[in-house]
Design a protein around this ligand. Structure first.
Ligand code: GLN
Length: 266
């Protein structure tokens, strides 16, 4: 190698090092500025809370809420990861994700293994039947009936309390409604808002919701126990509730005034 060539090589090498140093320094600054990117699990079959569009993008009430939370002020950035609902709690327990937003109901049972943010949505279970079914009106009329539920959901837990019910489990909403329409089951027990939304938007023809809600539930953002991010998430929810953003998102998806939410669960 000639001397001139060697010089060039050295120059390029040191420039490379300089660039590398600058790059490292830059990422150091990002972490130093306090923004943390959370890996957030969601199951985009729970419409309209989480929806996967044909182009692969995520949309929905929960997605809008999580994105609104991910602001410099809260110090949170979000990266979504799609996961089946049934595996979400064990994934959180194993700390393979930092949080999950998926219309997850806060329950005493779940609180034994994972943590939740303050309630961010008032929900409840409802019975769905075929439009022409006049026999199922309430909890008592579900006795001994064939009922479809989603695996691992609060609807599935509820169905276990119905005497002599024959329960079929499904992975997601669209599947159990198909079975209801086919006449394989008499009723579905699931989250009222998701079902009502699908009926209203013409996605569920021939199905109606029996008027009274079976339960009152609250959705929370789930996180592993002792999560260092819950505090920022809770503060973020409080801000969205007080500055009108929550109301805006609620109206966008449900065309209604949001109900009052408690500061904490029970
Ligand atoms: N809210 C119900 C639950 O937590 C169902 C949620 C869902 O299907 N994504 O079990």
């Amino acid at each position: 190698m000639t001397k001139a060539k060697l010089k060039w090589r050295q120059l390029i090498l040191s420039l490379g090092c300089l660039l590398l140093l600058l790059a490292c320094n830059n990422s150091y600054q990002t972490t130093n500025s306090g923004i943390q990117t959370l890996k957030v699990a969601t199951d985009p079959t729970f419409i309209p809370f989480e929806i996967q569009t044909t182009s692969g993008n995520l949309e929905g009430f929960d997605i809008d809420l999580m994105k609104a939370l991910a602001q410099p002020a809260t110090g949170i950035a979000v990266k979504f990861e799609s996961l089946p609902f049934d595996g979400m709690i064990s994934t959180l327990q194993a700390k393979r994700v930092d949080a999950a937003i998926s219309g997850i109901t806060i329950t005493a049972e779940r609180l034994k293994t994972i943590a939740f943010s303050r309630p961010y949505f008032k929900a409840g279970l409802a019975i769905a039947v075929r439009e022409d079914n006049q026999n199922i009106k309430d909890f008592n009329s579900l006795k001994g009936k064939k009922i479809a539920v989603q695996i691992g959901s609060t609807g599935a837990d509820f169905a276990k309390t119905i005497p002599n019910a024959k329960i079929s489990t499904f992975n997601s909403g669209p599947e159990f409604f198909q079975d209801l329409l086919n006449g394989n089951v008499d009723a579905v027990v699931s989250d009222a808002f998701a079902t009502l939304y699908a009926i209203k938007n013409g996605k569920l023809k021939g199905i109606r919701v029996v008027a009274d809600l079976l339960t009152e539930e609250y959705y929370g953002i789930a996180a592993p126990k002792d999560s260092p991010h819950l505090d920022a998430i809770n503060k973020g929810i409080a801000t969205l509730l007080s500055n009108g953003t929550y109301k805006q998102i609620y109206q966008k998806w449900f065309n209604a005034e949001p109900p009052q939410l408690p500061d904490s669960w029970q």
